[in-house]
Unconditional design. Sequence first.
Length: 164
Amino acid sequence: MTALADWAAFFAAQVGAAAALAGLLFVGISLNLNKILAAPFLPLRGFLALLLLIAILAVSSLLLMPGLSQTLAGLGILAVGSVIWLAGSAIEWIGWRHRTPQQNPVTFLANVALLEAATIPWLVGGILVLYGATGGYYWLAGGVILAFVKAVVDAWVLLVEINR
């Protein structure tokens, strides 16, 4: 049994969880759509939450493909990880530029730190898997779990905090 095959149950669970949460996020955003669209940064925050969930769905689906080589697995993880890290960082930068004086900068920086903690393990994991180090899947698993946390935090802001 290959190292990737050992992770099949984990990635199968992530596919289901990411798809379900993405669907719930769409429904939740539709409930507060007017308030979300009225704020300059909130639509991007919703997009980031969705992007993280779609990244989990895409990579987990890719890694469930039969016969996938370590090289292709590593390249796939690295490609998706690069996209979510770059896009997420750009979105957070835009958020910093659109923050209001009422927003606590420490809270904002904690949110950025969570994004970085969620996305950098994808890059490390992708590189390790690409070069044949199966421990890269553990890095990816950590990144996936933190990406779920980040997506849920962003969804919470869009669904609950926006109504306070």
